[in-house]
Design a protein around this ligand. Structure first.
Ligand code: AMP
Ligand code: MG
Length: 199
């Protein structure tokens, strides 16, 4: 049976760092897949729709959905042979229009993940500083309140995704003052469950 863990968290929450550390510790052999990377490949193939990954969220929603479907199909193919850890977003802020679902119904049905992990910052204010320090990216500037609201929305989105798949929802808090260790160990527990699936 394919085993897919979807890992989400708003930009700057520490998702990539926690993910990399958890992959070193788990007994399962996961393939780390970044949804944005595959989507960028598809967008470039589709007649050079974008030149930078941060332009994708500004494409019209139907085009983004077409790209999401292609990516989901590629991911289930990979998951037939090895467990997949999918680094992505529950919702994507697409100014000025609003939030786009990371997994519209057809997409989540194809992907059918085992877990939807949400990494949350506690407190949300910690995200602001990390975004400002990430000079490689064209990060959105948001207030603390907007960040908190985006995290609430992502929980709601996760429930909708669980409704259209067999996924369990796992919320992991990243407390910067306590260090990453606790968050990493929480994720490792989820990933270790894949060992028996491919035995
Ligand atoms: P990231 O590097 O994780 O910030 O992702 C880069 C970009 O990929 C995001 O800003 C989105 O435009 C796109 N992306 C990632 N995951 C998804 C998804 N599930 N649905 C739609 N777009 C996505
Ligand atoms: Mg990332």
């Amino acid at each position: 049976m394919p085993f897919v863990v979807v890992i989400t968290g708003i930009p700057g929450v520490g998702k990539s760092t926690i993910t990399k550390l958890a992959l070193k510790k788990t007994r399962a052999k996961f393939r780390l897949v970044n949804f944005g990377d595959l989507m960028f490949e598809e967008a470039v193939n589709m007649g050079g729709l974008v030149k930078h990954r941060d332009e994708m969220r500004k494409l019209d929603p139907l085009t983004q959905k077409e790209l999401q479907l292609k990516v989901a199909q590629r991911i289930v193919e990979i998951a037939r042979t090895e467990p997949v850890l999918l680094d992505t977003h529950a919702t994507i802020r697409t100014p000025p229009a609003g939030y786009l679902l990371g997994f519209p119904r057809e997409v989540i049905e194809i992907l059918n993940p085992n877990f939807i992990v949400i990494i949350e910052a506690a407190p949300p204010s910690e995200i602001l500083g990390r975004r400002l320090r990430d000079l490689k990216r064209d990060r959105d500037v948001e207030t603390e309140e907007q960040i908190a609201r985006h995290q609430d929305l992502n929980r709601a989105a996760a429930v909708a995704y669980a409704m259209h798949s067999n996924a369990l929802i796992k919320i992991i808090e990243n407390h910067e003052d306590k260090g990453l260790e606790e968050a990493v160990n929480e994720l490792v527990k989820v990933l270790d469950l894949a060992v028996s699936e491919y035995a």
